[in-house]
Design a protein around this ligand. Sequence first.
Ligand code: C5P
Length: 295
Amino acid sequence: RSDSLCETGSNTRADSLALPAPAKLNRMLHIVGRRPDGYHELQTLFQFLDHGDSLHLSPRPDGEIRLTPALAGLDAEDNLVVRAARLLQAETGCRRGADIHLTKRLPMGGGLGGGSSNAATALLGLDRLWRLDLGLDALAELGLRLGADVPVFVHGHAAWAEGIGEHLVPVELDTPWFLVVHPGIPVATPAVFGAAQLTRDTPPITMARALQGGAPSWRNDCEATVRSLYPQVAEALDWLGARAPTMLTGTGACIFAWTDTQAEAQRIAADLPGHFTAFTARGANLSPLHAALGR
Ligand code: C5P
């Protein structure tokens, strides 16, 4: 794209944007195969939560991308927010920059898609700020280069996903309250997907069949492996599972229970063991990011 498509120079006064980067849950997750490159073929149902990180974006005319604050253990250049911004610049020739402030609430290695959601919010937010006007399909394609979970955050609707997460069909799921429990340790996704014991041969099902079963029959194929690799996750699953229907999200570390009311979720959380943390949130079929952007 020619750089004339991008608002350059300081003669335009583009406003700052404050945008949410919501969490996701995997309401079910089946591993149905493995590609030659080692990535796993999945079938999953993604749903957003009305809880997450937030990004504040303001334009810089000098082309620099500045991210604050520094995150412990993660170099800014490796942060998916900075990588998303640089990818957008490289693909469009846009010479504008941005100051980006990231308010982090989602744990890293938590299975809530925090990093992927941050990347998607950066892509959509900078597309708006820099007036690039790329469509969601083009932004999702860029997002997929940053991570398998980025496209669903770009498209912004609860979805049935196949492939490694890039073939998406929007769905309407029930929107219960969730109690999300973090066992206090991060899970390394490659360690779970690389584990010898992980089952990778669940027979594929149709989307209609997945939706028919509903919450009681949904399961996450990573759960047994994560249980054995991370005893803290097993302990959290046992604790929460004794109180409400409970599942792992993604490859963990977070687990979630669904409840009919927020009061019920809060009642369970009141007895939470001290080494766990938790939050309550409601399921959302439209991403709070897209609601904020009116997309
Ligand atoms: O795409 P993302 O960077 O989030 O994936 C992290 C790692 O998880 C990959 O390097 C790969 O080892 C594993 N993975 C996988 N199959 C997927 C998604 C992730 O094997 N569908």
